[in-house]
Design a protein around this ligand. Structure first.
Ligand code: URA
Length: 234
C-alpha cells in the first residue's frame, strides 16, 4: 500500500500530514529514506521508521466472508429495490464486494472496506480459482464433463481449462464441482447451459484457499490473520 496510507494506519497522522513527513525526508523504508509520495510499503514484510523510530501498522480495514443466500443482489444498492448483501451486514464501515455472485447463486462472497484491495483482487490478470458446486437436472456423461474441462464457447471465445468432476447423482439430478479461474458473467450457468443442462442450484464454496466451510447461509465472519495475509498476497 502507499506510504501515506500505511503511516496513517500506524497512527502517525492524517494522510496529508504523512505526505509532508515523506517530502521532508523523515521516513525510511527498510533503512532507506523515501521521498516519493507514491512509494509502496509491504505491510507484512517492510520495516518503516519516522525520524528513526519504528512504526507499526494496525490493521483498520475489514475483511469479511459472507455466505450470500439466493435472492440477494451482490451490489451495495439495487435500482429494482431487491434485497442486497448490505441487508445482511451490520458493519458501519463502507464495504465493497470482491466480485459478484448472481441473484440466484449462493455461497462465498468476500467483502472489504479496503477499496484498493477489492480493485486488485477483481483485476482479470490476477484471477484466483473459484470453486462451485452445481446441481443440474438429469445425468451428465464423461464426454460432457470433458467438454467443460477443455472449454466451451461463450460469447465467441472458448472458456479456459477448468477442473470439473462429478460428485454424485441420483435418478433425477447430478452434482458437479467446477473450478474456474475466469469470472465471466454467469459463467458456470452458461457453461452448463451451453451443453444443454438445466441448473437447479449453484453455490460458490471456495476462492483460492479461502473456504466457505460451515458458515451459515445469510451470515458473515471476519477473516482471520492468516486468511487476510493470504488475500493480500494475491
Ligand atoms: N457463475 C455463475 O453462473 N454465477 C455466479 O454467480 C458465479 C459464477
Amino acid at each position: 500500500m502507499r506510504i501515506n496510507k500505511y503511516l496513517a494506519g500506524c497512527g502517525v497522522g492524517s494522510r496529508r500530514f504523512c505526505d509532508k513527513l515523506v517530502a521532508d525526508g523523515s521516513v525510511k523504508i527498510n533503512g532507506k529514506t523515501v521521498t516519493e509520495m507514491g512509494a509502496e510499503v509491504d505491510e507484512n514484510n517492510d520495516s518503516v521508521t519516522v525520524d528513526n523510530r519504528r512504526v507499526t501498522y494496525k490493521r483498520r480495514e475489514y475483511y469479511i466472508m459472507l455466505h450470500k443466500p439466493k435472492g440477494y443482489v451482490s451490489t451495495v444498492k439495487d435500482d429494482l429495490g431487491r434485497k442486497t448483501i448490505m441487508d445482511l451486514i451490520d458493519i458501519k464501515a463502507r464495504l465493497f464486494p470482491v466480485g459478484r455472485l448472481d441473484y440466484d447463486t449462493e455461497g462465498l462472497l468476500l467483502m472489504t472496506s479496503d477499496g484498493e484491495v477489492a480493485q486488485k483482487l477483481m483485476h482479470p490478470s490476477g484471477e484466483v480459482s473459484k470453486t462451485y458446486i452445481a446441481r443440474i437436472e438429469g445425468n451428465i456423461t464423461e464426454a460432457e464433463l470433458q467438454q467443460l474441462r477443455t472449454g466451451v464457447m461463450l460469447d465467441g471465445k472458448l472458456t479456459n481449462l477448468a477442473g470439473v468432476r462429478l460428485l454424485d447423482k441420483d435418478d433425477k439430478t447430478s452434482r458437479i464441482e467446477i473450478v474456474i479461474k475466469e469470472g465471466r458473467n454467469r459463467q458456470v450457468r452458461r457453461m452448463l447451459e451451453s451443453i444443454g443442462k438445466t441448473v437447479q442450484f449453484l453455490k460458490r464454496t471456495a476462492e483460492g484457499e479461502l473456504r466457505l466451510g460451515g458458515l451459515t447461509r445469510g451470515t458473515y465472519r471476519f477473516l482471520n490473520d492468516k486468511e487476510i495475509e493470504y488475500l493480500l498476497s494475491l
